[in-house]
Design a protein around this ligand. Structure first.
Ligand code: PMP
Length: 304
């Protein structure tokens, strides 16, 4: 991805894509303490718009706060940076990746007196789990890798180090032909996908794991709000994998995955084995919002 035209916002300046490099002794590269975000820009009715920009930037600052990393820019500056990379790379839609990482002043675990750097890149990105997945659902398998305990890597932070766990989980099931992994928490309850929150539908109600062991997803919050607005009750509670087996419908949510139906978990088909009606309804509401077709939640879109 390094060798392409375009610009990346790097510590306050837009630099040519190929020049956005860092030293091999960058602290974060060695010990994994860094935080990041993932956002989508959509081709909305009135031009490219970033979905829930301010909420993502707030989560980035929360993640940095958890790790005591002091971001040397304010939120407004980083909001402008995220708009700028979409605009200057002439994207009509795409994925935006802000990352906060330590500099290369010193090795060692004290991590004291290190500079904090921020880069923001953006590139075109289609459906993460495939266009077919959005329509027909994906096949998911429970992985043998457990999601982080709350006192291991801080589940409220979207941190670089969290994602070795996600990659292990995803690779384990992908090599057996599944589209995505489901991770359980240390007590064996459903946590989330490798990069998604999970929901199930049972008798017209929506259930999702409470926030103990999963990321506080911004798509998750949006879907909960959209569901409640059309009178669907949303319940956050511990879920077991066999509750998912017996659900009427199930789906993943995430910036990359958007709302992706799950048609099968551990070789048990879920509900009708295709996208369910409530999933489809929520997808329609969600895509109408993000594409600016609906006037509801206009404040979720930040035009670039
Ligand atoms: N869980 C994990 C582990 C993730 O990486 C993501 C993607 N950021 C999510 C959940 C969904 O979060 P969001 O809807 O904010 O993208």
């Amino acid at each position: 991805m390094a060798d392409r035209d375009g610009v990346i916002w790097y510590d306050g300046e837009l630099v040519p894509w190929r020049n956005a490099t860092t030293h091999v002794l960058t602290h974060t590269l060695h010990y994994g303490m860094g935080v990041f975000e993932g956002l989508r820009a959509y081709e909305a009715a009135k031009g490219p718009a970033i979905f829930r920009l301010t909420e993502h930037t707030q989560r980035l600052f929360n993640s940095a706060h958890i790790f005591k990393m002091r971001i040397p820019f304010d939120q407004a500056t980083l909001n402008d940076a995220q708009r700028a990379v979409v605009r200057e790379n002439k994207l009509t839609s795409g994925y935006i990746r802000p990352i906060v990482f330590y500099g290369s002043e010193a090795m060692g675990l004290s991590a004291r007196n290190l500079s904090v750097h921020v880069a923001v890149a953006a590139w075109p990105w289609g459906a993460y789990l495939g266009a077919d997945g959005l329509e027909n659902g994906i096949r998911v398998k429970t992985t043998s890798f457990t999601r982080h305990h709350v006192n291991i890597n801080m589940c409220r932070a979207k941190s670089v180090a969290t994602y070795t766990n996600s990659i292990l989980a995803h690779q384990e099931v992908a090599q057996d032909g599944y589209h995505e992994a489901l991770l359980l928490d240390v007590d064996g309850y459903v946590a989330e996908g490798s990069g998604e929150n999970i929901f199930i539908v049972k008798q017209g109600k929506l259930y999702t794991p409470d926030l103990t062991a999963c990321l506080e997803g911004i798509t998750r919050a949006s879907v909960m709000q959209l569901a409640q607005e059309i009178g669907i009750e949303v319940i956050e509670k511990r879920l077991t994998r066999d509750e998912v087996y017996c659900a009427d419908e199930a789906f993943f949510t995430g910036t990359a995955a958007e709302i992706t139906p799950i048609r099968e978990l551990d070789c048990r088909s879920i509900g009708s084995g295709t996208r369910g009606p409530i999933t489809e309804r929520l997808q329609t509401l969600f895509f109408d919002c993000v594409n600016g077709r609906s006037n509801d939640h206009a404040d979720w879109l930040h035009y670039v």
